[in-house]
Design a protein around this ligand. Structure first.
Ligand SMILES: NC(=O)c1ccc[n+]([C@@H]2O[C@H](COP(=O)([O-])OP(=O)(O)OC[C@H]3O[C@@H](n4cnc5c(N)ncnc54)[C@H](O)[C@@H]3O)[C@@H](O)[C@H]2O)c1
Length: 329
């Protein structure tokens, strides 16, 4: 990102609309994450586990710093997730991201982080699926038809020959709206279903994206995820009964220390042994899918590294297009 003459004097502010209109494509975001996970797998990144404050039940505001020297990227996301926000007409996820110049530490940009959080989480699902799902997967079951339900299906469409998706939401009208919107946007058939089991048993790829709960509602039972299927647990283990999790052949995550950190906080009390993290899959240190009949899972917790890999690309694109507002430091 080149803003040399303004370094230390001004920073670039990008609103949600600015970030979205910078026009970074999902294929570029997936590629940025793959490059970052290669760096992570080689041990060339820095990312302390998230710290946070918790002002409401099941809510969080997390500080997420990261540095990726190989991508000249450094910064921090300060992001909140509040399950009750949708009742107030507010997004579940809100927050800001600061990008710093890696050589001087000077802040160079400040941006809304809602778009980046949605897109990079979908991209992480697609990247995990590249290594863990069957390449010929055509069907996706989405449980939780909100922001993540949308970005995850969009990202999977970039890498897989999708034909059909099944959409379940606790609020039936949201599944119907999702189906209309996503079928138009992606050009695939999207069917709203009234029972979560219908979305799981019929699908090559399953994405659960409801609320994250410390005590899982554990709706998905053993036998629902089909042989050969892959699941992405965007909402941690909230949707999955331990019996269903222990049925899988490979349980992967994006970062093992962070998963252990969450376990210490009371999440993930009954999950299988971790086969690999995404850095190990991308660098080939651990095998991804080896047999067509394997059941595989990625439980990506969402890393500061994801955000900091993508944010400089948004800034570059915004600078090229003259998007954003310069603010004095
Ligand atoms: N792992 C990550 O990297 C990561 C990143 C961002 C968000 N998240 C998590 O993803 C989840 C979804 O976030 P979002 O921004 O899409 O929220 P959102 O509010 O936009 O969508 C959530 C949807 O889930 C539905 N829902 C609620 N309970 C449900 C249930 N039991 N079954 C099916 N649907 C249900 C809601 O009606 C809503 O449509 C949250 O738990 C969030 O914390 C994870």
């Amino acid at each position: 990102m080149r803003i040399d003459s303004r370094l230390g004097k001004e920073l670039l502010y990008l609103s949600y609309y600015d970030v979205a209109s910078a026009g970074l494509g999902m294929a570029e975001i997936i590629a940025a994450l793959e490059g970052m996970f290669r760096e992570k797998g080689e041990g060339r990144v820095e990312m302390p586990p998230k710290i946070g404050i918790h002002t409401m039940p099941d809510a969080f505001i997390h500080a997420m710093p990261a540095s990726i020297p190989g991508q000249k990227a450094a910064g921090m996301k300060w992001v909140g997730g509040f399950p009750e926000n949708s009742n107030r007409g507010l997004p579940y996820i809100t927050g800001l991201l600061i990008l710093n110049d890696p050589e001087t530490g000077v802040p160079v940009a400040l941006m809304d982080c809602t778009w980046i959080t949605a897109e990079r989480t979908g991209a992480a699902t697609a990247l995990a699926a590249k290594y863990l799902a069957r390449a010929e997967s055509t069907s996706v079951g989405v449980l939780g038809c909100g922001v993540q339900g949308r970005s995850n299906l969009g990202a999977l469409k970039v890498l897989f020959p999708l034909k059909k998706a099944y959409a379940y939401d606790k609020h039936a009208d949201r599944a119907v709206r999702y189906a209309e919107e996503m079928s138009g946007q992606l050009g695939i058939e999207v069917v709203p279903v009234s029972d979560p089991k219908q979305a799981v048993v019929a699908s090559d790829i399953v994405v659960t994206a409801g609320p994250i709960l410390r005590t899982p509602h554990a709706t998905i039972e053993r036998g629902w995820l089909q042989e050969g299927a892959f699941a992405s647990l965007v909402d941690f283990d909230s949707y999955w009964h331990p019996r269903a999790l222990h049925e899988v052949d490979k349980f992967c995550t994006d970062d093992v220390p962070q998963l252990r950190h969450y376990r210490d906080l009371g999440y993930f009390q009954d999950i299988p042994a971790i086969h690999a993290d995404l850095g190990e899959l991308v660098t080939g240190r651990k095998a991804g899918r080896e047999k067509p009949e394997e059941r595989t899972i990625a439980c990506n917790l969402g890393l500061a590294l994801d955000d900091i890999a993508v944010a400089p690309l948004i800034c570059e694109r915004a600078l090229e297009k003259g998007i954003g507002t310069w603010l004095p430091l």
